[in-house]
Each structure stands twice: as C-alpha cells, then as structure tokens.
Design a protein around this ligand. Structure first.
Ligand SMILES: O=C(O)CNC(=O)[C@H](CS)NC(=O)CCC(=O)C(=O)O
Length: 279
C-alpha cells in the first residue's frame, strides 16, 4: 500500500491551511500515486488565539450521517473522492460542549467517512526548556481505542502525545492493527529528544508499520509567543527501520507498506504470544 505523509506548516488561517493541504496533497498524489495519504495534527489551526481555535473547529455530523458538515469535513471528504485515495485527515478541532476534541477523520476513496478517533492523552506538561502546555484548557480527552480497515491493512489510530503511552499501542495491536497512523505537532524541543526513538520503539514493540505525520514551522500564538514544531514525518517498518523521512520543510514522503513484512517479523519473533505480565 503506497502511503504518503504530507508535512505542513500550518498557521491560524483556516482558508490558508486548507489551500496548503489541498496543494500539497495534489502534488504528492500526482508525483507518487499513493493509496493512503496522511495529514498532521490540527493542521487546520496552529497558533492564534484560543477563540481562533474554536472558530476553526466544527461540529461533526453524527456517525453514519453527513448532514450539517462544515468546511473541514467537506474538504477532507471531497479531497479523498477527487483523488480516489484513502485520506487520514490528521486531526481537526471538533466542537464538544464548551471544549473541543482533537479528532482524526478517515475518509475512503468514495469520500465516505470510515473512522473517527479523538486523542486520548492530552499534553499538559512543562518541557525541560521551560515551555508550558495545557492542552486540557481547550480540549477534552477521547475515550475510545479505534482501528479501521484500509485496503488489506488494519490501521490503529493515535495522535501526537499518545505516542508516549505504550499501552494504547499494545491495545491497537491486540485489536488487529498492522499499521499505526499517528498525526502530530511535536514540539521542536521534545521532538529532537524523543520523536524518532519513540516511533521506532512503538513499531518494534507492536511489530506494526508506523506512519507518523508531523507539522513543521513556527506557529505564533495570540500573545506573540512563537512555538516551533519538529517536522521529520516518517514511515517506519515493523522491524523499526525508518524507510522514508521528511526533513524540516513543507513537503511529503512516500513508502510502500507490505503485509509480508509484518508477517515475517511476527512469525520470527512472536512477542505477543510470549507476553507473561498483565495486559
Ligand atoms: O494544541 C493544538 O492546537 C494542537 N495540538 C498540539 O499541538 C498538541 C497539544 S499542545 N501537541 C502535542 O501533543 C505535542 C506532544 C509533544 O511534543 C511531546 O509529546 O513531546
């Protein structure tokens, strides 16, 4: 399954972000002919004021319906259908009472929604460099572990900070995942220290392909504070090898995922069957 990660540098303007996503997806599809395309986390709005985050978020239709869809939902659905691709739409803000959910939407080549997943672990931390983040001021956590068939594969869904919680990935593996799809907006500081190592660890532990799509660039918040994200979107095979990787700029990277590699790694080293402690 040819798979492309589209690395964006989003700002706070929804129309600009949609235009950037649209152009990059069209260029990547023309160049690499992928079946699956993945966008990063909250590519619809990075930076700006809290009100902008809410303004750039939308109500999602009840699962199984398409009534009342907003511009992001329509854009993702139409883009999947126009290009005949499965589109994992990174994540967008989903209105949820007085807060938002950080929600991934997956659309099939017919433009119909196949799955949605809301980020379970929220980024409320202080980095060693003194940067503070309180994602829970804006977002509520998701509850459900989600897998979705994509072609012959089963994709397990996770977002950004979820990467640090190995038990989620074990749960995805147990539900049949053979590819993990993880959109992110990793900070430049924590990305430098941990991004590739954690992604490779999750690939090795779960014996899944890992498709990780990050934002890049500098995102200015309402107070003028600049936050840099790490980029380095990458695709890792079930043995933990980085097969393709973007660097810092806007762009994309493509690799072909095979089930054969999953089967070979799992047959040779059946770690799931060897587990002895707890879950
Ligand atoms: O807030 C938004 O609008 C978009 N969401 C994000 O950027 C989120 C929450 S601040 N970022 C992360 O989870 C980074 C995790 C990370 O960098 C790490 O685990 O080291």
């Amino acid at each position: 399954m040819r798979t492309t990660v589209v690395q964006m540098a989003p700002g706070a303007s929804l129309p600009d972000n949609i235009a950037q996503a649209s152009d990059l997806i069209a260029a990547a599809v023309a160049a690499d002919r992928p079946e699956l395309v993945v966008l990063p986390e909250i590519w619809s709005c990075l930076g700006g004021a809290a009100e902008t985050k809410f303004a750039n978020a939308e109500e999602l239709p009840a699962p199984g319906t398409t009534a009342g869809t907003g511009p992001l939902y329509r854009f993702l659905s139409e883009t999947a259908r126009t290009h005949g691709i499965t589109l994992h739409g990174g994540s967008i803000g989903q209105r949820y009472g007085g807060k938002l959910l950080n929600t991934s939407l997956v659309f099939g080549p017919d433009g119909v929604e196949r799955a949605r997943y809301s980020k379970i672990h929220l980024f409320d931390i202080t980095t060693p460099g003194g940067e503070g983040y309180r994602e829970s001021d804006t977002y509520a956590p998701g509850e459900d572990v989600v897998t979705v068939p994509v072609g012959a594969f089963t994709a397990g869904l996770a977002i950004c900070y979820d990467l640090r919680f190995a038990e989620l990935f074990l749960a995805l593996r147990k539900r049949g995942a053979n590819v993990i799809v993880l959109p992110a907006a990793f900070t430049a500081e924590t990305g430098e220290a941990h991004w590739a190592t954690l992604l490779r660890a999750r690939a090795i532990e779960t014996q899944c392909w890992v498709v990780a799509c990050g934002t890049t660039g500098t995102h200015i918040d309402a107070g003028g504070h600049a936050r840099r994200t790490y980029g380095h979107s990458m695709i890792i095979d079930p043995w933990g090898t980085i097969v393709t990787q973007a660097s810092n700029g806007i762009g994309w990277a493509t690799a072909t995922l095979t089930l054969h590699q999953v089967e070979r790694v799992r047959a040779g080293m059946p770690v799931l069957a060897h587990r002895r402690l707890g879950a």
